[in-house]
Design a protein around this ligand. Structure first.
Ligand SMILES: Cc1cc2nc3c(=O)[nH]c(=O)nc-3n(C[C@H](O)[C@H](O)[C@H](O)COP(=O)(O)O)c2cc1C
Ligand code: SF4
Ligand code: SF4
Length: 271
C-alpha cells in the first residue's frame, strides 16, 4: 500500500504517535510518506490510506488543522482515511474527531478508523489543572501510548473498522463542556496571544520566534511580541530555555513542569 501521513504538533506528541505508525507500516513493507500540514497545501496525492494525527485543543482540533482540512480539494476517487488524536486525557477529546470527520466527508474521504491516544498534557498556561506531568510521569504515559499506538497501527493494517465516539469530561456537566468548547473556539484561541508575557529572566535569545510553527513571534526591543496567528500550541512556552513565558489571567508558569516529547526537536524558522 501507499500510505500518506500528515500531522500538526506543538510539542511533539502527535508526531511521535504518527512516527510509531509509520515505522510499523514501513516494517510491514508499505511505502509511506510523513509530513507536517501546511496551509499552502491544497491537494494531496491519491493513496491507499491517508492518516492524520492532530492534538486536541479545548475539546476540538487546533484552528490551523480545521483550516487545513477545509482548504483541501475534494479527492476525485474515494479516499480511505484514518484519524488519530492525541489528548492530555483520553476522556477529554470532545468534538476533535467528529469535527475532522464532518469536514473530511465533504472531501470524498471515507474514515475507516479513528482513535484517541493519551499523551502527556502540554498546556502549561492552562488556567486550571491538570498541568504537564513530571519527566518521570511523562515517560510512563508515553510508554503506554506507544503500546496503544502499535496496536492501532496493526489494526489499521488489518483493515479493522473502528470509530471513536464523542466524549466529554466526567467532571463537567454537558452544558459546561459545550460552553468551554465554544468559548475557546470562537473567542479564546483568536485572542489568547494577547495574554503572553515574559518574566525578567527572558534574555531575548530569540529561540521562541525561530521555532514557532505559525511564525507568530517577533523580537522587538529585546522582548518577544506575539501576534494573532498564534495557535496556542505551547511550543514557545515549553521550549524556552529560561522558562520565561507565561500568560496573564491565570496562565502563570513559574514552578510548573514544562513538557515536550523528549525526542522532539522543532525545526527553525517556519515562515
Ligand atoms: C490550548 C490547549 C488545549 C488543550 N485542550 C485539551 C483538551 O481539551 N483535552 C485534552 O485531553 N487535552 C488537551 N490539551 C492537551 C494536548 O491535546 C495534548 O497534550 C497533546 O498530546 C499535545 O500534542 P502535541 O505535542 O502534538 O502538540 C490541550 C493542549 C493545549 C495546548
Ligand atoms: S526563548 Fe525564552 S528567553 Fe529566549 S527570547 Fe523567547 S522568551 Fe526570551
Ligand atoms: S506563539 Fe507559541 S503558542 Fe503560539 S503558535 Fe507560536 S509557538 Fe505556539
Amino acid at each position: 500500500m501507499n500510505i500518506e501521513l500528515k500531522y500538526f504538533t506543538g510539542t511533539g506528541n502527535s508526531l511521535k504517535v504518527l512516527e510509531i505508525c509509520n515505522s510499523i507500516f514501513k516494517n510491514s513493507g508499505h511505502a509511506t510518506s510523513i509530513s507536517e500540514i501546511s496551509l499552502n497545501e491544497k491537494s494531496l496525492p491519491e493513496s491507499n490510506f491517508l492518516g492524520f494525527c492532530f492534538p486536541v485543543y479545548a475539546f476540538g482540533i487546533p484552528r490551523i488543522c480545521r483550516k487545513y482540512l477545509k482548504g483541501l480539494e475534494p479527492f476525485k476517487m474515494k479516499q480511505n482515511v484514518f484519524l488519530l488524536i492525541t489528548a492530555g486525557d483520553s476522556e477529554e477529546s470532545g468534538f476533535a474527531i467528529s469535527e475532522c470527520r464532518k469536514i473530511l466527508r465533504k472531501k470524498n474521504c471515507e474514515i475507516i478508523y479513528s482513535a484517541i491516544v493519551q499523551m502527556p498534557i502540554n498546556w502549561t498556561t492552562s488556567p486550571k489543572p491538570p498541568y504537564p506531568p513530571s519527566k518521570e510521569e511523562a515517560i510512563k504515559i508515553i510508554k503506554e501510548a506507544e503500546i496503544k499506538t502499535k496496536e492501532i497501527a496493526q489494526d489499521i493494517l488489518d483493515g479493522t473498522v473502528k470509530h471513536h465516539d464523542f466524549n466529554y469530561p466526567k467532571r463537567f456537566s454537558i452544558f459546561k463542556f459545550y460552553w468551554d468548547y465554544l468559548l475557546f473556539k470562537y473567542l479564546g484561541v483568536q485572542n489568547m496571544w494577547r495574554l503572553f508575557e515574559v518574566y525578567n529572566s527572558c534574555n531575548a535569545c530569540g529561540l521562541c520566534a525561530k521555532i514557532c510553527p505559525s511564525n507568530s513571534i517577533q523580537i522587538i526591543n529585546q522582548k518577544p511580541v506575539w501576534s494573532e496567528t498564534c495557535e496556542q500550541c505551547m511550543r514557545c512556552v515549553n521550549f524556552c530555555p529560561k522558562e520565561s513565558i507565561y500568560q496573564l489571567q491565570g496562565g502563570d508558569t513559574k514552578g510548573k513542569n514544562k513538557y515536550h516529547e523528549p525526542d522532539y526537536k522543532p525545526k527553525y524558522n517556519y515562515s
